[in-house]
Structures are given as structure tokens and as C-alpha cells.
Design a binder for this molecule. Sequence first.
Ligand SMILES: *[C@@H]1O[C@H](CO)[C@@H](O)[C@H](O)[C@H]1NC(C)=O
Ligand SMILES: *[C@@H]1O[C@H](CO)[C@@H](O)[C@H](O)[C@H]1NC(C)=O
Ligand SMILES: *[C@@H]1O[C@H](CO)[C@@H](O)[C@H](O)[C@H]1NC(C)=O
Ligand SMILES: *[C@@H]1O[C@H](CO)[C@@H](O)[C@H](O)[C@H]1NC(C)=O
Ligand SMILES: *[C@@H]1O[C@H](CO)[C@@H](O)[C@H](O)[C@H]1NC(C)=O
Length: 254
Amino acid sequence: MLLKFIVALLASVSGVLAATPPGFEPGSQTSLIVAYGNVSALDGTVVGKEISQAVPTIGTLSKLDGTSFAVLMIDLDVPTDKPPKTNPLLHWMQTGLKQSSSATRLNTTTGLIDAFMFSLPNDVDAFAPYYAPNPPAKIPLSHRYTEIIVDTSNATDHDLANLKEAAATRLGFNAQSVLASSRLGDKVAAGNFFNVTNPGPVISTPTSNSTRGDDAASTSVSTPSPSLHTIGAALSQRESPMAIVMIGIALFIL
Ligand SMILES: *[C@@H]1O[C@H](CO)[C@@H](O)[C@H](O)[C@H]1NC(C)=O
Ligand SMILES: *[C@@H]1O[C@H](CO)[C@@H](O)[C@H](O)[C@H]1NC(C)=O
Ligand SMILES: *[C@@H]1O[C@H](CO)[C@@H](O)[C@H](O)[C@H]1NC(C)=O
Ligand SMILES: *[C@@H]1O[C@H](CO)[C@@H](O)[C@H](O)[C@H]1NC(C)=O
Ligand SMILES: *[C@@H]1O[C@H](CO)[C@@H](O)[C@H](O)[C@H]1NC(C)=O
């Protein structure tokens, strides 16, 4: 318990702290490092849409035990035609990931991070190829993109077939029931989320009957370049209040 606390403390001091967002199940408090180039996408930080167009690199601060992993990325905040009701949308599901046995030093917008990176397989197609974040100009403008790493070392062909079938329906993707029915509900090994925000203003489409609220609705919406702002925002989050509070608690205990 104390060890876990100290590990969490060190992680937060170095600016690296990631977990699934509150309320997301099955969640994880183990940091999943997610980076787009050198832009780290951790801890709910705001990331520019342009920056997140290609598959990120992912890793963990400690080597996990498993031999095979799946990554899932889910937008929890896809608008519907009945706001403020939202739907989850599966953005990415790739199985067959392997983890490096040695750490790589990443030079990112939140500093230097030593992480054990996952490599994507050459021979396994994604069950759901990567959809880049593209929040439409609808309520909510801010979307939480959640990533989880699932240990599939002991998954059977049947379990994986079940995952693949579930991945075919992206909208309304319920990670909890999908993973439970694939016998992977307790195999989430690390997690993270980041925030991509449409600059607005909200465009109302009262006559639309579309059920696809995320990317399709926004393809024609113009997109100013937020990259500089985003990097600034990421840097300013480096000294998070959480880290300061945890340092305070630690000093008090020691
Ligand atoms: C990390 O990147 C920054 C900006 O590109 C650079 O100034 C710095 O020297 C780099 N640090 C290391 C240790 O490579
Ligand atoms: C990130 O990479 C860009 C382009 O390679 C570079 O200009 C920038 O200095 C880097 N930032 C950091 C913090 O390493
Ligand atoms: C996989 O099975 C082995 C052998 O039973 C066990 O030691 C290991 O903890 C299992 N891993 C997972 C992620 O279930
Ligand atoms: C995402 O970022 C936007 C813009 O900074 C902010 O208004 C919003 O509250 C953030 N959303 C979450 C869930 O953190
Ligand atoms: C939406 O659905 C209603 C009822 O089914 C229908 O009358 C209307 O024409 C549809 N509108 C559009 C834009 O498809």
C-alpha cells in the first residue's frame, strides 16, 4: 500500500500521471503513457485534433507481466440528437501488441519519460482501425478519449473472436459488457484519457436524424490550428495541483 503510494507520488512529481477517467469501467489507476510524436496525451490534458491524427505510441512506466495485449480507445462523449445525452464510440481496437523488455526514454511535452513501449503487430489487422479524434461542433464540445491496455495473454480464440465481433459496432460501444463477455473484464492493466475540444460555436442541427454523432457530423466544419495553444496547455499542466498536494502529504508523513 505504502509502496503503491510512493510510486504514485514519484509518478506525479515527474509530471506523469494517467488513469482512466472517473466513472469509466473497467478502469485502471496504472498509468498508460500515450504520446503523439513528442506531445504527451496524459491525465485528461487537452490535445489538438491535428496532433492526434495518427496512431499514438503507448507504453507503461513498469513492465507488465503479460505476453500479449490489446489496446482500446473510446470516445466517451459523442453527442446524440437528444443532448445532453451522449454515446460512447470505439475509435481503435488492436490486438496482438507486445511490450518491449527495456525502457525507452521519451522526450515529451511533459518532460522525459522512461516507458516500456508496446509494438503493434505486422500480422494482425486491427479489429477496429484507428479513427482520429474529430469532435463535432455539438454539445458537448469537449470529448474524453479513453485508452486502456488489456492483457490478452490467456485469451482464447473464442474470446478474441468475441472482441472482434463487438468491435464491428463502434457507436454505443460498452467496454464493460464487451470485455466481460470476452472474459477480459478483470484484465485491464493500464489506462489513460485525454481531451480534444472543438473550438465551437455549437451548430445546432434540429432536423438531422443522424445516429452517427462524432466524425461524420464534423467533416465539413473548419478547423483552426490549435497546436501551439495545445502544447502550451500541456506544459502548463506539468505542475499539477495534485502533485503539489501529494508532495505535501508525503512531507507530512515522512
Ligand atoms: C528534449 O527536447 C527539448 C526540445 O526539443 C530539447 O531542448 C532538450 O534538449 C531535449 N532533452 C533531451 C534530454 O534530449
Ligand atoms: C517536439 O517536436 C517538435 C518538432 O520535432 C519540436 O519543434 C519541439 O521543440 C519538440 N518539443 C519538445 C518539448 O520536445
Ligand atoms: C495467465 O495464466 C497464467 C497461468 O495460469 C497465470 O499465471 C497468469 O496470471 C494469467 N495471466 C492473466 C493476465 O490472466
Ligand atoms: C477539456 O478541455 C476543455 C478546454 O480546455 C475544457 O473546457 C473542458 O472542461 C475539458 N473537459 C474535461 C472533461 O476535462
Ligand atoms: C427525421 O425523422 C422523421 C420521423 O421519422 C421524419 O419525418 C423526418 O423527415 C426525418 N428528417 C430527416 C432530415 O431525415
